[in-house]
Structures are given as structure tokens and as C-alpha cells.
Design a binder for this molecule. Structure first.
Ligand code: ASP
Ligand code: MG
Length: 467
């Protein structure tokens, strides 16, 4: 089945493991076994820092600014893990020593530039790849660690949130192409690459923004035309609903990049849309796999569906939403009304999530916490009547919008029967979602009802109908 999406180029894969997958010695052993299982497929491995190391380093940096050097947790985690894995710890000790010196410097100067912050944070990934490569070798799986710049990752100098430079793609091919194109059993070591990091033109370490390891993996996969990029998680891929709301939610076998982007927006367990871009560009499939359920296929994200799929992919919800109704007090159909509305939102830096319009009115949703609505209301009131309703939720049906009229009819039939009042509805411009606004208190039930309707979930009445 792997070959089903093979795009005719080099047959290799990228395997990315996040912080929780390499959080301790047990997890590292487990992941090493997974890598070993896939070694015939010429994997390039991408790792995050162990567990919460990135957060811990950021915290240590902030503390150093106040004059204190506190690195015990990070030191202990890495030294204990090296010991438990039975790998030599001189390399680990050397890096930790550098890190302590650096923090001491910061604590004395009480000054930390974004550039130094990136350098400091980079130790997390630089340590994890060294440890994993050493462990793989100790179990006779040949592996070699790489700081990502050694395999081509160059970025601009926008420290803490750097952008990769286009030449990265070509350099990766030069550096890793020979490995990727190698033959079975040619003895070439598996590259284990630091996620999240790059080097700028001046030779300083940069980071690609939080969660950036996914981007490292997708850029590698796209550039090498991998058969697929696997991101390994602790769940069965992308689920049809949040399992806390719908306990029998199940994996979505195939989703398109568009659908996955909608899901990511609603906080489901997928990659950040930004990190899907490289693979989307080359059509390289991204597979989300469960490291606790290796044989399960997980979810694969592809350019478009090739097989007949169900009309509905998943149902998601987002809480903490405010609904704003704006009705023009001027003439019917006065042009420029929408432009004025948007200008006010833009002036107040309030971003709009879901929107529905008619000639003289517009209803839209915003996140409550982020929004200073009193000032916004004052400005809107100059040309419109405003009603603001808090404690609403968005429920989104990610679906094949070519079947939207059927889905709309079916959805409203279910909700009407249950006397649930939907206050607004909108069909997303990306054409893969239908979003509805309801009261926050009803959203779990709406998700459960719709999940049962489209996926035949277990009896919700038996559980009292709420999450
Ligand atoms: N370690 C980095 C972070 O925690 C990068 C990553 O995990 O993707 O953000
Ligand atoms: Mg992390």
C-alpha cells in the first residue's frame, strides 16, 4: 500500500518524531525499534528535542536574564537517559557543558538577543539526534546524526521564526540524494537530522518557529521526492472528532491537504498548515502514524481523493467564540458597507473566523479573549446596529462540498429533530467545510449527534448526551 502513492521518484521515506516520542529512554528504545522496522525503506529521521526540553531551555534563558543559572532538569534528563540507554555520554556532557557556560554568560550580562536565544534553544535538538544515533548504532542499526545545516538547511536571519531559503531544497538533494537513491543493504547509515533548526548566511543558528520540526520533515520529504513523510504521534492519526467529545471517534484514512488545513485550524491533531506547504507543492503524501499502534495505517494526507470516500471527513468544534451581528443603518444595499466593516475589524486588529453576509447585514465570529470589543463596537455603531453574543461555539463539518446540499439537509434534519438552534451557517471558501454557530453549552451534543449521523457512533442518549 505504501507504493500506492509513490510518485515515481526516489523510493525513500522521512520519519519525524516529536518531543513526546523521544521523552525518555523507554520512548527512545521504542522509536529506535520503529526506525529499525522501516530501515529497508531508506528513512531519513527527523527529531525534536526530548520531551519539554525546548520549553525548559526557554525558561532557563529567561531565568538567566535575572541572574540565575538553572539547568539541572535538562542536564539530569539527558545524562540519565544516556545512562539508561547504555550509550557513551562524553558528547552529551560536552554539549551540556557548553550550554551551562552560555547560560552563565547570559546571567552575568543579563542580556539575551534573539540570536543567542536560538543558539541556546538549539541544544535540545542537537542533543536528541546525537543520543538517538548513538543508541541506534548500539543496537546494530547504522545511523549518523546531522545538524540540519550539514544537510542543507539555510534560513534568513529572522531569529526565533526564521524562513528557509529556497536553495535549501537543492542543497538537501546534493547532500542526501546519494543516500536516498542508494541500494538495499548498501550499508549507508540512516541520517538522523535535527528538526526545527537552520543556519543563516552569517553562520548563526536559527530556529523555524515552535513546532518547526514538522517543517524540517516536510521540506526534506518534498525536496527528496519521498514516497511519503511520516509524522509519528501518540494517536491513530487524524480522528473523525475529538475523542473527549466522541469516545468512538475513528481515524480518517485519507484527507486532502485542504481538509487537513481546516482540521488544523480547529486544533485537531494534524500538522500546522505552514508545515504542509512543501509537500503540498510537490504532492508528497504526509502520513500521520501512531507510535503505539505501528501496524495501523494512520491517516494519509494527499492532494486529492482518488477513491470514493464518504461525504463527511470529520466534525470539529471550537469554543469561546463571540458572534457579532452588524446591520447597516443606512440605505439598503449601500455599497462600501462590507468594506467599512472590515476596515473597523482591521483597525482594531480583531480577526474574523466565520462570516455570513446579506445585502444589509453581516454576521461574523471572533475569539473572545483576544478581542477588545468595546472599542470595536463604538466604531461599528457609527454606521450599523450591533448585537454581540458571547459563549458561542463553531461546529464545523469537514466534507465534500460538492455534496453540500445533501449534507446541509441531512444536518438540519438531525438538529431540528433535537430542537437545537443554529444561529448562523457558513460554507467555507476553501470549499471543504460547513460551519455552524450554536450556544457553547450545546456544541458537544451537536458534534455527537452529527458524528452519529455520519459515522454511526454509539448511542449518545445512554451517556446523557453531553461530554
Ligand atoms: N522542539 C521544538 C518545539 O518544541 C520544535 C518541535 O518540537 O517541532 O517547538
Ligand atoms: Mg518540542
Amino acid at each position: 500500500t505504501l507504493n500506492k502513492y509513490y510518485n515515481g521518484a526516489v523510493c525513500m521515506i522521512v520519519m519525524k518524531f516529536g518531543g513526546s516520542s523521544v521523552a525518555n529512554a523507554d520512548r527512545i528504545r521504542h522509536i529506535a525499534e520503529i526506525i529499525k522496522e522501516y530501515r529497508e525503506q531508506r528513512p531519513v529521521v527527523v527529531l525534536s528535542a526530548m520531551g519539554d526540553t525546548t520549553d525548559d531551555l526557554i525558561e532557563a534563558a529567561d531565568l538567566a536574564l535575572t541572574g540565575k543559572v538553572l539547568l539541572d532538569k535538562t542536564e539530569k534528563l539527558h545524562l540519565d537517559t544516556a545512562k539508561a540507554l547504555g550509550i557513551p555520554d562524553d558528547e552529551v556532557k560536552k554539549r551540556l557543558g557548553e550550554l551551562r557556560t552560555l547560560l552563565t554568560g547570559v546571567s552575568m550580562l543579563k542580556e539575551l538577543t534573539p540570536r543567542s536565544r536560538d543558539y541556546l534553544v538549539s541544544f535540545g535538538e542537537r542533543l536528541s539526534v546525537r543520543m538517538m544515533a548513538a543508541y541506534l548504532n548500539s543496537i546494530n542499526v547504522r545511523a549518523e546524526y546531522h545538524d540540519s545545516w550539514d544537510v542543507g538547511f539555510v534560513s534568513d536571519s529572522n531569529y526565533t521564526n526564521a524562513e528557509l531559503l529556497p536553495e535549501t531544497w537543492e542543497t538537501i538533494r546534493t547532500k542526501l540524494g546519494p543516500y536516498a537513491a542508494g541500494k538495499k543493504n548498501d550499508g549507508k547509515p540512516i541520517p538522523v537530522v535535527t528538526g526545527f533548526l537552520a543556519l543563516d548566511k552569517n553562520g548563526f543558528i536559527t530556529t523555524l518557529g515552535r513546532g518547526g520540526s514538522d517543517l524540517t520533515a516536510t521540506v526534506l520529504g518534498a525536496s527528496l521526492r519521498a514516497e511519503e513523510v511520516q509524522t509519528w504521534k501518540d494517536v491513530d492519526g487524524i480522528l473523525t472528532a475529538d475523542p473527549r467529545i466522541v469516545p468512538d471517534a475513528r481515524p480518517v484514512p485519507v484527507a486532502t491537504y485542504d481538509e487537513a488545513a481546516e482540521l488544523a485550524y480547529f486544533g485537531a491533531q494534524v500538522l500546522h498548515p505552514r508545515s504542509m506547504l512543501p509537500c503540498r507543492q510537490t504532492g508528497t503524501p504526509v502520513r500521520v502514524k501512531n507510535s503505539y499502534n505501528i501496524s495501523a495505517p494512520g491517516s494519509i494526507i494527499v492532494t486529492k481523493h482518488t477513491e470514493k470516500t464518504s461525504a463527511v471527513r470529520a466534525i470539529t468544534t471550537k469554543q469561546g467564540v463571540t458572534l457579532v451581528d452588524i446591520v447597516s443603518t443606512r440605505m439598503l444595499g449601500q455599497h462600501g458597507f462590507l468594506a467599512k466593516v472590515f476596515q473597523v475589524f482591521s483597525d482594531h486588529r480583531v480577526s474574523i473566523d466565520v462570516i455570513a453576509t446579506s445585502e444589509v447585514s453581516v454576521s461574523l465570529t471572533v475569539d473572545h479573549e483576544k478581542a477588545d470589543l468595546s472599542a470595536l463596537r463604538r466604531d461599528l455603531a457609527k454606521f450599523a446596529d450591533i448585537a454581540i453574543r458571547k459563549d458561542r461555539a463553531i461546529v464545523t463539518v469537514i466534507c465534500d462540498v460538492r455534496r453540500s446540499s445533501q449534507i446541509l439537509a441531512q444536518t438540519f434534519n438531525v438538529l431540528a429533530k433535537e430542537k437545537i438552534n443554529i444561529q448562523m451557517i457558513s460554507q467555507g471558501a476553501s470549499k471543504v467545510n460547513i460551519s455552524m454557530i450554536c450556544n457553547s453549552s450545546e456544541s458537544a451534543r451537536v458534534v455527537q449527534l452529527l458524528h452519529r449521523e455520519y459515522f454511526g457512533s454509539a448511542d449518545i442518549e445512554a451517556r446523557g448526551g453531553t461530554a
